[in-house]
Design a protein around this ligand. Structure first.
Ligand SMILES: C[S@@+](CC[C@H](N)C(=O)[O-])C[C@H]1O[C@@H](n2cnc3c(N)ncnc32)[C@H](O)[C@@H]1O
Length: 299
């Protein structure tokens, strides 16, 4: 008697479940030097900010930040695939009454290194604490700088579409004649808008501003970002089976998000306790998470 098939046949369209994140304890510069070139689809990370949180993992002085980061950026560029993307979550602090300029200097230095500074996204922190400062208001947003090796890169815009919303439909019904023609006046690009094309459509592309709450529940790391942040960029710039790298992994938010979405992942951190905690979260016998598409943030 022929053997009974044991379960469903493999679906060729469905990529295999991701392996547990590959974790490295060490300085990312050293670990990156050991990695093969052109192997990573997306780097998503939040490095230590200048002079911040010295007590927990060592800050870098603002005037030394660019010199510290550039060799790491060079290695990230080497390990990234030609169509890959690097998203850097960073925000300069204010000291002695003005904003530090190291992020701006870093962008210019990375462009000289060969990166394209493709886009800047804003993470608007919906639930940031109230406060009062004599010369500014509370900081409620952070930068997400997008860098690429080339003008053409992998991007899956349909994966992050948002519901159009009733207000938009009301506005779209009141369109002027100009809104019903192709408008090239603004920046003169070839992808000009004809707003009336969107009438009656349930979904739209998001803006480059993400409205997400800050992470409150992560007790393992003082600077963790919410999982929905890397999730959004992982869905935008990768497909299931692709490889996501976080060289400053912390509590492992990026690798957990990548794994949950069916991507392979690599995480690096200098603090052994963080690496061990993430390792415990992903024991070799942990059943694979079914990739779920989280609710899209308001865009
Ligand atoms: C802003 S935190 C990242 C937090 C992370 N996004 C999360 O959600 O938990 C930066 C991390 O970089 C690590 N770090 C600092 N210098 C490093 C280096 N040279 N190589 C690797 N990790 C480093 C720190 O230990 C810290 O955990």
């Amino acid at each position: 008697m022929p053997a009974k098939p044991s379960g469903r046949a493999a679906d060729p369209d469905r990529p295999p479940s991701p392996r547990p994140p590959r974790l490295h304890h060490g300085d990312c510069l050293e670990v990156l030097r050991e990695m093969p070139g052109g192997s990573v689809d997306l780097v998503f990370t939040s490095p230590p900010y200048a002079d911040q949180r010295k007590a927990s993992y060592g800050g870098i002085r603002p005037d030394r930040y660019v010199a510290w980061f550039l060799p790491i950026a060079a290695e990230l560029r080497r390990v990234l695939k030609p169509a890959g993307t690097f998203v850097l979550n960073i925000k300069e602090k204010a000291s002695r009454g003005e904003r530090d300029t190291y992020v701006i200097e870093l962008i210019l230095a990375m462009r000289r290194q060969g990166w394209m500074w493709t886009e800047e996204f804003v993470w608007h922190k919906r639930n940031c604490y109230p406060g009062k400062w004599p010369n500014r208001f509370r900081d409620a947003w952070e930068r997400l700088l997008q860098f690429n090796k080339a003008r053409r890169f992998a991007m899956y815009q349909e994966a992050v579409m948002v519901p159009m919303g009733a207000w938009a439909q009301t506005r779209l019904r009141r369109l002027s004649a100009a809104d019903r023609t192709r408008d090239r006046s603004g920046v003169g690009n070839a992808f000009a808008k004809n707003v009336s094309n969107w009438l009656g459509r349930p979904m739209a592309y998001p803006t480059n501003v993400l409205h997400l709450a800050t992470e409150c529940g992560n007790r393992r790391h003082s600077a963790a970002f919410p999982r929905s942040l890397p999730e959004w960029f992982i869905r935008l710039f990768t497909r299931a089976g692709d490889l996501v790298l976080d060289p400053f992994m912390g509590s492992g938010t990026t690798v957990a998000a990548a794994h949950g979405l069916g991507r392979e992942s690599i995480g690096i951190d200098t603090v052994g306790g963080f690496v061990e905690a993430v390792r415990r979260e992903f024991p070799p016998d942990r059943p694979p998470e079914t990739p779920v598409e989280p609710a899209p943030p308001r865009g």
